[in-house]
Design a protein around this ligand. Structure first.
Ligand code: SF4
Length: 452
């Protein structure tokens, strides 16, 4: 692939946005592996040709086409899409047509750099004449990741529901793996069992996603939980419980975070990581919250012309949030009779935690809202240590660290920051080992949180 330096700003308008996915192959970057594969399966059940991009294979391309100042996830995803395009060009030769693909790259409306990834990647893609037809499908937090416009309007709500359930089931599978692996009968059994079950659940979503046959999906999830749980050795005593928060991509992308959960487990931990659906709930909550604020201001200032819009948003985002929290509760309830998996904190509760202790404000936004409050909850519940995982220089995560680190010193709860970029840090394992020593001391002194 040859690149050129001609910039075309029109393509931000024409080739970044929401596109009909029925006409093109939809390329989804792999973040948390399990959830992404289930999401793609849910898309396929609606007739969308969705594929997960192989990840980390194109790191050399990602690094070659970024300056080094971008966030690490931007470099990884840049490499993933360029690598895939190169492979497709080689495979299809003269028949390759970049217009046949939509590359999925969501964005946030601020205040950090996430909103700029797809613009930057657009510039890079346009610098390759053969790739300028590739569209970037940009879902945004500004409308709570609405899927409107990507398939027929009358099926959008169903696609959203099925996709959300796929993400929650992906979270449950992740938590199942982290719950079982520290106690497996033989090394490797838990990974093997989850991997086998992933195929089964992918097939489940392809068959039952579109019809919203959730009973069928949940019944199969229960079978998976039983199967994976069977590799646990009940004789192994409980281990120190570590709560993990941080930037969503890094903390869920195993290669990007150099498999930090496995490293913690190697040094004696059981880990609970923040979930992906927590972030989706947060975006709906934020939209709902801002509609409430807008409504209040309109009434106070007698600006009745905007009232209708605020009310419409209030019902739409409130409805989304209600549905999501209801489904999430339902799924965790189905599996909680089989195994004690940690549940998510409700986002409104996390806002209350921040308010009560005056630590940060949801008005400022970003994942810091979830991470700071999430860690305060882990402490209250009796976790033995906390880890903050993030890309090197990530703004919300550094803010989180600045607020939480002194508090954890005061509470005497072990705390570890683990920033990552494309290099590997020689001292990381010693830091994890030291942290786990402290967590073990905390565990011996105070016991640990019992998940119900
Ligand atoms: S959350 Fe962090 S890593 Fe993600 S765009 Fe913002 S600053 Fe970059």
């Amino acid at each position: 692939m040859e690149s050129s330096n001609v910039l075309n700003f029109e393509s931000f308008k024409n080739k970044v946005g929401r596109f009909d996915l029925r006409e093109r192959t939809c390329l989804i970057p792999e973040m948390n592996r399990l959830g992404c594969h289930l999401l793609a399966a849910s898309f396929r059940s609606f007739g969308i040709r969705a594929r997960i991009l192989e990840t980390f294979q194109g790191m050399d391309l990602g690094l070659a086409h970024t300056s080094g100042k971008e966030c690490f996830p931007c470099q990884i995803t840049m490499g993933d899409i360029l690598h895939f395009m190169k492979q497709e060009t080689d495979r299809l030769g003269a028949e390759f047509d970049s217009d046949a693909y939509v590359y999925f790259m969501p964005e946030a409306d601020g205040p950090c750099r996430f909103g700029m990834y797809n613009k930057y990647q657009r510039i890079v893609l346009d610098s390759f004449p053969g790739l300028s037809g590739l569209r970037i499908g940009a879902l945004t937090t500004a409308d709570g990741y609405s899927l409107s416009g990507i398939i027929e309007e009358e099926r959008v709500t169903d696609l959203r529901k099925s996709s959300y359930v796929a993400l929650v089931v992906g979270d449950v599978l992740d938590r199942l793996l982290w719950r079982v692996r520290p106690y497996e009968k033989e090394p490797g059994l838990a990974d093997l069992a989850v991997e086998k079950c992933l195929e089964y659940l992918v097939d489940t979503f392809e068959r039952f996603g579109q019809g919203l046959q959730f009973d069928e999906i949940f019944a199969r999830l229960e079978a998976v939980v039983r199967e994976v749980k069977s590799v646990m050795d009940p004789e192994i005593p409980p281990k120190p419980l570590i709560g993990m928060v941080g930037e969503i991509y890094l903390r869920t992308h195993v290669k990007a975070n150099q498999d930090v959960i496995r490293m913690l487990e190697k040094h004696g931990a059981e880990v609970v990581n923040a979930s992906v659906s927590e972030w989706v709930n947060f975006t709906s909550y934020e939209r709902y919250r801002s509609a409430k604020t807008g409504l209040r201001f309109s009434l106070k200032q007698f600006k009745f012309n905007r009232l209708k819009d605020h009310l419409k948003d209030l019902f739409a985002y409130g409805g989304d949030l209600f549905y999501q929290e209801h489904r999430q509760r339902q799924i965790y309830k189905r599996v909680s009779g089989l195994i004690d998996l940690a549940k998510d904190h409700k986002v409104s509760h996390l806002e209350d935690v921040l308010k009560e202790q005056d630590l940060y404000s949801f008005d400022l936004g970003t994942e810091a809202c979830l991470s700071i409050a999430g860690m305060m909850e882990y402490v209250r519940e009796g976790y033995n240590g906390l880890v903050n995982v993030y890309p090197f220089t990530c703004m919300p995560s550094i803010t989180t660290s600045a607020i939480v680190r002194p508090l954890m010193n005061r509470f005497k709860v072990p705390y570890l920051d683990t920033p990552y970029d494309s290099s590997s840090q020689p001292g990381r394992e010693s830091a994890v080992r030291t942290f786990m020593y402290q967590a073990d001391q905390h565990f011996k002194r105070h016991g640990r949180h019992v998940i119900k």
